[in-house]
Design a protein around this ligand. Sequence first.
Ligand SMILES: *Cc1c(COP(=O)(O)O)cnc(C)c1O
Length: 455
Amino acid sequence: MHGNKYTPTTNADIHELGKAVLEYSEHRLKLDPVPLDTPRTLAELTESAGQTITPEGIGGPRAMDIFTEVLAPACLSTDHPRFLSFIPCAPSEAAAMFDLVVGASSIYAGSWLEGSGAVYAENQALRWVADLVGLPERAGGVFVPGGTVGNLSALVTARFEARVLAPEGVRPWRVAATEGAHSSIKSACDVMDAEYVPVPVDEQWRLTGENLRAVIEEKGPETFFAVVATSGTTNFGIIDDLASVAEVCAEYGIWFHVDGAYGGAGLAAPTVRDRFAGIERCDSFIVDPHKWLFAPFDCCALLYREPAKARAAHTQRAGYLDVLTDTDEWNPTDYSVGLTRRARGLPFWFSLATYGTDRYTAAIEHTLQVARFAAEEIKRRDELELIREPDLTVMVFRRIGWSSSDYYEWSDRLLAQEIAFVVPTTHDGETFARFAIVNPETSVDDIRDILDTMR
Ligand SMILES: *Cc1c(COP(=O)(O)O)cnc(C)c1O
């Protein structure tokens, strides 16, 4: 590539810029540990970075310097071993490096015609996930930007299918899920003008078939187009009772969607696999490789038992697209909201291909072990109290005697000192501490050191 007369870039420029970009990337990937970094204020960034976009351009080397010296240190490293907030992202080196290749390759991965090689590889990665779930050979799907778009796309398909099957004049509009379901389910309902119907949880805070049946009976089965179960809730890592939920969905003929955005990775770990029993009966499923499957951000695997149903719901039609839609080829874009797509599954594919799936299993099992250590350590310490035995690697706990502001002050202090990033959470109006462990670099010493700061 040699630019054009508007973006003149010579081979020498490419060499110089490429060296800077690759050197930075290699350096960043070799750092051990990476800096946690801290947020900066708008005033600080304005002062140090200033106006970077000018009519003449400041040139690549200068822009790279500003990024390296000012902008990057103002972004938290989500792959820091002590970044335990929200759900962290800890890409493997292979996955992170391959993101550079995807960027350099100008691949359009929405259609087989334009991106067959990329789509082929993405589909192998999706097949690995489908096998973990236990979906049939005909299952398939697409990599979308994240769990939010994955859930929305699955629900759009579910509603389309329900309205095809519903008797004349009936247009199902309800979705059943627990209060513990991710915020994106409620958001999808808002986008779709659907009604989110909360189902009470059992004594272990799970969605069960029994409670689901009661809600469905009360509201009328014909009004629902989907049930969403979660295999690893975001706040507590709870896996719903998928088998009994699957049974009730089958009984009433309602679409069964499983949101495994965070916890789905646990399917690859033999020590917890049985907790997912029943997942193989889902109609659709998501997992975010950018959470616990070591891919960089912008990666959610969305799978359907019957992809044809998704195609019916999502295919965009227009004269300029006929060349793509009038074929039997696999066009990823037909399975979700969105048309243009980057080959965002490729970094994940490259990582799987590089290390092999056994190493994935080992890495996930390791994070589970560190999480079990953390839970035991919390129970062992007098000043701490575990709120619920973790199903996976998220845990919520109380520091006895702390008020809500104590948690926030503690968290702010740890970040300001670049010790750790552990934001509090709330449940039923009470503030708690929370760890989400998905990074294989997070060690038992990290856990111990963070807990020591709560004495
Ligand atoms: C993170 C998460 C989502 C949303 O995924 P994004 O990739 O952030 O859009 C959905 N469901 C669950 C259970 C999650 O943990």
